[in-house]
Design a binder for this molecule. Sequence first.
Ligand code: SF4
Length: 300
Amino acid sequence: MEIIKVIPRGYCQGVVRAIRIARETAEQYSDQPVYMLGMIVHNRFVVDACEKLGIHCLEANGTSRLKLLDQIDSGVVIFTAHGVSDAVVQKAKDKGLTIVDATCPDVEKTHTLIREHLRHGDVLYIGKQNHPEAEGAIGIDPRVHLISKKEDLEHCRNLHHVLITNQTTLSLLDNEELIQECLKQYPDAIVQAEICNATTMRQKAVMNLKNIDLLIVVGDPHSNNSNQLREIGKKAGIPAALLIETAQDLREEQLAGKARIAVTSGSSTPTSLTNTVIKTLETYAATGRFEIWPLTEPIL
Ligand code: SF4
């Protein structure tokens, strides 16, 4: 059995930066309540580790960032890497909260692109319904229209001078399909694909895998980018693809008869969790003993 460690995998720069900001904020404001507006990243292990630092992560669970602010009366609020709308910033200011912004620079770049284009026309924004990043982008202006499926275009007639852009963590394949649908309705639209470099490289690394019997993606079931990696693996023809949170989710029977197993992880997945999966698999490949490798490295 051969274990292929897909490169790149795991934490992206935006997530590393957000975690560093969260850690520094907890230290700097240790005398005040510190809140994270939503999950810092979609990974419950990271959220639990933040809670241990004294940061209260307000669970989004379909609740908008704007509404989540109702749960905070004083102290410090950290905006996650997904970014927020102007209305969220204004409400936090009105409440007298200290704002710490951990928005990823790649998300900021898309917001700037949208703002600049709004001086000329309308925006079709391809993204996931109820995803915090999409909420932040469509919250910029009512002329930013969310397209999460082609049927959404029926509600976007008679727009002018259209820009088509998108959420940074979408599947390259799904995004391209929706861009083409948008272009059918607005053939003269400007297209600015904004899937970030980290997402692109992780997805392309999976697309380029050859002769793999099983793809294991380590990530939270709620993580968009982890789910995308598994879907891309399936579309690339890998016969079996699993999404697991930790090595504890591995079963020996899943590995039976698999000669080449590839391991990757979403950009929100702690390296320590992926390492336990890799060590479990490598031990099995070398000795035939199936023993779940314990978590010994820190999550943050
Ligand atoms: S996935 Fe991309 S946009 Fe999201 S935090 Fe990472 S680098 Fe930033």
